[in-house]
Design a protein around this ligand. Sequence first.
Ligand code: FEO
Length: 173
Amino acid sequence: MFTDKLRTAMNKQLNNEFYSAYLYLSMSSYAGSIGLKGAANWFYVQYQEEMVHCMKFFAFINSRGVNVELGQVAAPPSKFKSLLDMFQKTLKHEEGITASINDLTDLALSEKDHATHIFLQWFVTEQVEEEENDRDIIGKLKLIGDNGQGLLQLDTELAARVFVPPPANTAAA
Ligand code: FEO
């Protein structure tokens, strides 16, 4: 059974995913505004992935016969110190998301809601990949330091990231 406690927590996570999308859209804009078009692309793809996460929660909550309650989405920061600052903030944010997914997974188990527990497994795995990507890029940025050539080379790498849309009708998968 999809309890009220779980419904409220899942709705909150849907809102967290919207904030994630908003944050990365803001970072995409800022990166573009300082001439880092590759980083702008990377964050735009991240924004698109977060919207997929939102819609997975939306479809799953709806599939349980429950109305989704859309809450207010907070405004993200619009300025950043550097690309390193953006990726450090991204990692910190994703660590928070990982903690909230873990809490949700614990709650699904304690409420004996196995369908929700299975649904959340995809997110548990996704968070490992997201944090790993951020750590890799932070590592490269630390090595690059003040080297403009290195930064431009990394920006070219970030330009290669492509959004892969999920197959149709699998939003709740
Ligand atoms: Fe939806 Fe970046 O976690």
